[in-house]
Design a protein around this ligand. Sequence first.
Ligand SMILES: NC(=O)c1ccc[n+]([C@@H]2O[C@H](COP(=O)([O-])OP(=O)(O)OC[C@H]3O[C@@H](n4cnc5c(N)ncnc54)[C@H](O)[C@@H]3O)[C@@H](O)[C@H]2O)c1
Length: 254
Amino acid sequence: MVGNILAGKVAVITGAAQGIGLATAKAFADEGAAVGLLDLNEGLVRDQAAAIVAAGGRAMGQICDVREETSVGKAIGLVGDAFGPVNVGMCNAAALTPTVSIKDLSLEDWNQALAVNLTGVFLTAKHLLPQMLSAGSGSIIITASQMARVATPQRGPYCSTKGALLQLAKVIALEHAGDGIRANTLSPGGVATDRLARQFGDLDRAEREWGPTHPVGRLGQPDEIARAAVYLASDDSSFMTGADMLIDGGYAAR
Ligand SMILES: NC(=O)c1ccc[n+]([C@@H]2O[C@H](COP(=O)([O-])OP(=O)(O)OC[C@H]3O[C@@H](n4cnc5c(N)ncnc54)[C@H](O)[C@@H]3O)[C@@H](O)[C@H]2O)c1
């Protein structure tokens, strides 16, 4: 354990088998939280949770498809049963969306982006809120993107769904400000994860081609986003709700 900023917190993270979700799960556990790692990839998420436990943390891995309400409700319920009412939730899972113009985009690809990136976040938040109401407090962190603000050609489904998340977080923040429950978005710029490796072919190419588009001259690392998630999960951010925390190497500044 590195610190205890999150002692007493019970966290759920979707899309936690790899990348930003996994880095955040490790950072939360290092700071004393009990963490439920939820992901579509059951084998990997269970292995990653077991590794956190082996390192001295409190964690469990659970299969979850954020597109399916019964799956989301069951997974969040199991974390609550194991560790107590969930008071931190990171809605982080997102689909790999195609790079294609709107005129060539299939309805199927559009619907898949909406189902995971937007409906998945709605369902996760919907099932987190009763847990947080019973816990008496909570922090919902929705992983958006710098592309929620900056449009990019051929990234229509991604930009549209991520932009919508900024508004969804604000609505949740206003609906629950009186309940001690906060909701914010966390918006990374390009971060070196498997997502970018798949989008660009490999990570070296992603770093070469996309790193320089960030004013700091490089991609971010998952840990640089996880530290911000620790802040949003902790009581240090108690006056912050309905906001977007942009961590993008300056991408959206120009
Ligand atoms: N990596 C970046 O450059 C970047 C930039 C801005 C925002 N983001 C956002 O950060 C978040 C995490 O990104 P990442 O790069 O770590 O992603 P990633 O693709 O490496 O990991 C995503 C995880 O989500 C899981 N997942 C996919 N569909 C799911 C579903 N239906 N139900 C449950 N789990 C599902 C996958 O199995 C995977 O483990 C995403 O919301 C992404 O949009 C990433």
